[in-house]
Every structure is written in C-alpha cells, then in structure tokens.
Design a protein around this ligand. Structure first.
Ligand code: NCD
Length: 323
C-alpha cells in the first residue's frame, strides 16, 4: 500500500479505510460520521449494548500516555461488542524492547486483530503503520506533533451541536499551535467549510507554521495572528485553548519560559468573552485554565466535548469496521 492509498479520501465510503488525517474528509464525509453519533449516544444513555463490532478485536497500541483517547476508544469498542488487545508503552512491554520495528509490530498485531488504534511519537508513524497493515484499518490516535483526526471530528461535532453549522464561525485558538496535534487537525477541518475565521494567539516560537497558514488561507479560511489577549475579537463563537506541550521541548527552561504565557481565567472570560460562545480544550490541561472557568456554563471541555469523543469514536468504528 502506498502512502497515497493510506491517505485515500473517504468519499462517502468508510468501509475498511484507515483514518489517518482530516485531509481524507469532505464535509459530506464528516456529516456521515455526525449522522451516526445520535444512535451511539442513545445506546450509551440507555445502557444498551450495540453489536456493530461483534466478533471483532481491536488492538490499542499506545506509545504515548493517554487518558481520554485510550479510555474513550476502549469504551467505544466495548460498547459496540468488540474485544480489545490493550498495549501500553510498547517500547518496554513488547518485542520493540528487543529491537522489533514498528512495521513488524503492526504485522504481528494484525494477525490477532481486525483493527489497530495507534498513538505514536513521530508524525507519519500512523501512515507507516497503515502501510504495514495490509488487511485491517488503522486509526491514528495522535502521531507525535502530526495529527489527531478523531479528536478533531468530535471537536467539530461539538461546534456543530452548539451552532448548528460549521461555516461562518469565528474561533480563537490559543497555546502551543506548533506542537499541538489537535490544532493541526482542527484547523484543517474548519478550512473545509466556507467563511470560517480563526484568530491565533501563541508564544512567538509556538505559532502555527507558515506553510500551514498558507494552505489554510488558500482554502479560503481567514487566519489572523494576534499578539495579546486584548486582540481577542468580541464576536468569537469559540475559544479553543491548548496546553504547551512540555514533552516536545528539548530543555525544561525553554518550556518554563512559555508555559503560562496565556492562561485562561474567569477574569479573561469576563473581559473578552461574549454570551453565546463556548470554551473548548482537548485536555489534559497543565495550569493554562484556572479552575474557576470550569463552572462557567460556556465551558464544554470537561463535559460535552469529552463525552462527544465517545459517540464520535463509536460512530467511526462502526462505519469503518461494522458490518
Ligand atoms: C491531546 C493529545 O494527546 O494530542 N490529548 C487528547 O487526546 N485529548 C492534547 C494534549 O495532549 O495536549
């Protein structure tokens, strides 16, 4: 399989396809995922066991730490009646410790399972995994500073739920826009729709790379870099705060210098927020959102946004692997 094949567009048909990047999706494809979500939500709320993955087993291969992605994928698979092979820290717990390659590891777990969910350290590792897996789909659960497509699908779903549209939205993205993979996928997703405007606020060295900005603007998105919280637009529909990604820094001094450059406080929301917006964050947070913001009814990060992760991952698994 070539990289192109693995990055193949969904084009209305999810069956057996790898889910690696937001680049594979059109708005119609995203709509198909969203259409499945209410069925998943209803099943979860009614404690009803679905059987979309009955008789199938999924390997969860997580090279990097995870709470939400790991937990919600596991829950999603089990709620669809699939089984799991949970593999945490494969570098110490599998034959990778003996020198086995990513490709051989993937081919190995392909023998025992019907799908692989991989969180890896390097951008492009999910594509390598998809290349190595000849017969089963691979889901990218975050590849280093690359992408995090399933996260963005539920971020977009949360926006759709709130505003009943994904076009003509204005968002503010804040924090580590260089290393945050959820950001790379989110802006790609937003750029698929017309009339969206994104304001970005980041420490100088953590801005979104220029080539990405060019790509977004070529697709018609308005991308505006701002330097201080004073420039946050009054009419924003959402704020999407992110953590400075400590693990991507080579020195802790460098991290310390920028980690709290932009902290979300109740005061800030009061000063620059508006009534209709929502406040999002992929989590985990590491001090960049004060606890006082949690109880603001506009904050969705600890509630709706995370919960939607389960429904959207169930929907995707069902579309890709279900009968
Ligand atoms: C994010 C990730 O792993 O990229 N977490 C998540 O999956 N919700 C965000 C982060 O780690 O900052």
């Amino acid at each position: 399989m070539s990289i192109e094949k693995n990055n193949e567009t969904i084009n209305g048909n999810f069956k057996g396809k790898n889910i690696l990047s937001l680049n594979q999706f059109t708005p119609q494809d995203i709509g198909i995922v969203f259409q499945e979500a209410p069925r998943m939500r209803a099943a979860v709320e009614n404690r009803q066991q679905l059987i979309d993955l009955k008789g199938q087993v999924v390997t969860l291969l997580f090279y990097e730490p995870s709470s939400r992605t790991y937990g919600s994928f596991t829950s999603a698979i089990q709620r669809l009646d699939g089984g799991i092979i949970p593999v945490h820290n494969p570098e110490t717990t599998t034959s990778i410790a003996k020198g086995e390659t990513l490709e051989d590891t993937i081919k190995t777990f392909e023998c025992w399972s019907d799908g692989i969910v991989i969180r890896s350290r390097m951008p492009g590792d999910a594509v390598r995994a998809a290349d190595a897996a000849l017969y089963i789909p691979v889901f990218n659960a975050g590849d280093g500073i690359g992408e995090h497509p399933t996260q963005s699908l539920y971020d977009l779903y949360t926006l759709q739920e709130q505003f009943n549209r994904l076009n003509h939205l204005t968002g503010v993205i804040v924090g580590d826009l260089l290393n945050g993979r959820t950001i790379h996928s989110l802006v790609k997703g937003l750029s698929l729709y017309r009339g969206n405007t994104v304001y970005s606020l980041a420490p100088e060295r953590l801005r979104l790379p220029q080539n990405e900005i060019t790509e977004l603007t070529q697709r018609g998105m308005k991308f505006i870099e701002i330097d201080t919280v004073n420039d946050i637009p009054a009419q924003a529909d959402f704020w999407y705060w992110t953590r400075v990604q400590k693990e991507r820094f080579s020195s802790s001094e460098e991290y310390e210098q920028v980690k709290y450059q932009f902290v979300l406080t109740p005061k800030l929301v009061q000063a620059y927020g508006n009534k209709h917006m929502i406040i999002m964050h992929p989590l985990p947070r590491a001090g960049e959102i004060e606890l006082g913001v949690d109880t603001d009814p506009r904050s969705v990060y600890l509630r709706r946004q995370m919960r939607n992760g389960l429904y959207i991952r169930m929907a995707l698994l069902s579309l890709v692997m279900g009968k």
